[in-house]
Structures are given as structure tokens and as C-alpha cells.
Design a protein around this ligand. Sequence first.
Ligand code: ADP
Ligand code: ASP
Ligand code: MG
Length: 408
Amino acid sequence: MKKHIVVQKFGGSSVANIDRIKVVAQRIVESKKRNNNLVVVVSALGDTTDDLETMAFSLNKNPPDREMDLLMSTGEQISSALLAMAIKTLGHDAIAFTGPQVGIKTDKAHTKARVISIESPRIKKAHRDGKIVIVAGYQGLTEDQEITTLGRGGSDLTAVALAVALKAKVCEIYTDVTGIFTTDPRKVKNARKIKTITFEEMLEMASLGAQVMQARSIEVAKRFNMPIHVRSSFSKEEGTMIMKRSSKIEDVAVRGITSNSSEAKVTITSVPDLAGVAAKLFTEVSKKDVNVDLIVQNVSHTGLTDISFTVPQKELSKALSATKEVARKIKAGKVTSDKNIARVSIVGSGMRSHHGIAAKMFATLAKNKVNIDMISSSEISISCIIDEKHVKKATEALHKAFQLDKIK
Ligand code: ADP
Ligand code: ASP
Ligand code: MG
């Protein structure tokens, strides 16, 4: 009989300390008894990655990307080695590998590299020898033998990419909540667990701020139709299946609410309303490798207009310097910025067939005296930029208005 492969990933909070590593090792051994071949991807212990980043920035305000990757990838080397040792203590054979050792090849985009291919003869050999394979998440190697990392939350991507490469039956993501919820359960008390969610909806939720899964990992799972089971490493409860089609055809318009407070807004005033001006502005901003997201240009009455756009807060200073330079060249007015903004979004593929969803969202915010600064929408989501201080109130109100606290 053909043996099947299961990939499991344990996040940072699941392996936050030695006791947690022991618990996880025990759990892996139990699943080894049920599954034939296991590949376990592990994140760095607790807040290790954040701590490494803080150390780097305390030494250098603009640390070189190459050395940043060399540094940040070490967290997962520690946890993978410790986990293999813990499993061996339980009388099972395990072997730990770094990302490069299992042939995870990436492009050269340090700190946010893309996986190009995975050639993993060492995993196959270890499985033939009956070993549990532990892989350090979040990292790979370029063709020039440089170590790269896959962007924050990148262990999710390591797990999904390995599951695809090894033709695993399922990719299990073990974390500190029992599944995907209608909104962040740590922020909204009556958030409800979702039994099944489509790749499309999960991708939208992740992109709009639900950090429970890295968005890029969902992109890969969607492309290769790899089912993901998100569940808790602290309990045995069934979690959420992320899959092509939601098994129950539920007629819901809105599946979940997300919020994101990590963006900032840049405004450039009195911009001459001429062809090519916006192109010039955003060309200069993108040359600085800044990801511009939402853009609003006001109607001009006097031949002058204001343009506002959002960028990740981390890229604000680069965005501001590029914008100020363009403002000077095109003789625009002032350039201002605001970090105290938040994006609150509603997501659901049912929006395609339901009417009045946007109106209900705006009315709910208005009733709660939350002013909307900018709006954007996709086929399956609507986002509003609001004052950051209202984000909790807005999320709770929308959660209730779309009756997400009632789903079974
Ligand atoms: P890990 O360390 O396991 O990778 P993360 O911290 O990256 O875990 O992701 C889990 C966290 O995601 C949860 O603790 C929760 O606060 C947050 N989260 C945000 N939105 C959601 C959601 N819709 N459903 C579940 N968790 C969410
Ligand atoms: N340790 C990395 C991070 O904190 C990768 C991960 O946990 O997925 O972003
Ligand atoms: Mg994570």
C-alpha cells in the first residue's frame, strides 16, 4: 500500500518554550502512529523573530537585507533542532533540516523571497528510513547559495509549498486558536469558528489583515488545490478546513471581518489636474520599492486636486521622501501623512449575489459615529479606512450587523 505524507506546521506560540516543545513532540509522535510519513515545519520559539529584528534595528536603522535574512532565519534553526531532540527522547527517530538542506530554492528577493522549486531527496530518504522529518520554516536558498527568508509568517508558506511538492494529502497548520474565526477571536469575544472556508475567501481575509495565515501561503494552496486544516496545538478540537469549495452551501454574504492598523496615509495637496501627473507620482514611489495600496483622487474644481494613498507604515518614510520630491517637481502643495488610520473590511464570496451589502456597512459605521475616510472594494470585499481609535468599535458593530455572532 502506498504510504501517504502529511505536512504539519507548528507556529511560534505553539513552541514558545521547552514545555511547549515537549507537548508538541508528544503530539507529533501520536500522529506518526496514525500517519505513515510526517513532515513537520516549525516556526521560531515564541517572539524570537521579533526579538532578532529589534536587535538588528538597535544596531543599524537600515540593516542590510542579506544579513537580515542570515539573522532572522536562525530562529527556526533553533526550534527545529530542539524539536527533533525532544522527539528522539520519546523513542522515535527524527531528523531536523534547514530550508536549504531540503532543497527549498528561492529567488533573490531578500526578506520576502519567493519559492521557485523544492527538490527534496533528503526528505524521501529520511522517510524510507522511518524518520520523522522536521524542517525549519521561513527560509530558503538562492542559486548563489544565499540564505533568504519568505516574509513574515513565512513558515506557513514553507508548509504549504512542501505539501504541494511532496503531494501530501493535507497540510495541517497548528496554532494558538482553534481555527479560522469570523473575526480575530482575541479582539472580539463572540467571534465564531468557521467550519469550512474557500481559498478565495481566506486569501482575501489574509490579505486584508487576518494574520492567522500568511496570504502568500494561501495563494499557493489555491493554485495547487492543497487543502489546509487550521487547528489548535493546545487542544484536540477539529479546526477549519480551507478548501476549494465550502462543503456547506451556506447563503451568507459576509464570511468574516478583518482589520489592519499597520498602514499609513500620505496626502499630497494642490496637485495640478493634468494628464500624466499621477503616473509620475506613483512611478517615483514604486521605484523606492513601496507598496501603494488604496488610492483616492478628489474631483478637481479649480484645476487642482488632492491625492491620498495608503502604504505600509514601515515604508512610510521612503514613500514620503519620494512624494515630496515629486511634489516639488510638479509644483504641488503640501505633503502630509497620518499613521493613526485603520482599515476595516468585510469579506465574503456571497457578496457577488447579495445586494445592499455596502450600504449596510456604511450605515452601520455611521450609526456608530465612525467616519469613513477612504473606501475600496473588490469582487468579494469592501474596505473602509477609518480613525484607528474606532477600529474595535467598528469591527464589533459590523460583526453584529452581518449576524456573524449567530453562525453555527
Ligand atoms: P502562529 O504563531 O501559530 O503562526 P499567528 O500569531 O501568526 O500564529 O496567528 C494566530 C493569531 O491570528 C491568533 O492568535 C489570532 O489572534 C489571529 N487572528 C487574526 N484574525 C483571525 C481570524 N479571523 N481567525 C483566527 N485567528 C485570527
Ligand atoms: N518566525 C517567522 C515570523 O515570525 C515565520 C513564521 O513564524 O511563520 O514571521
Ligand atoms: Mg503565523
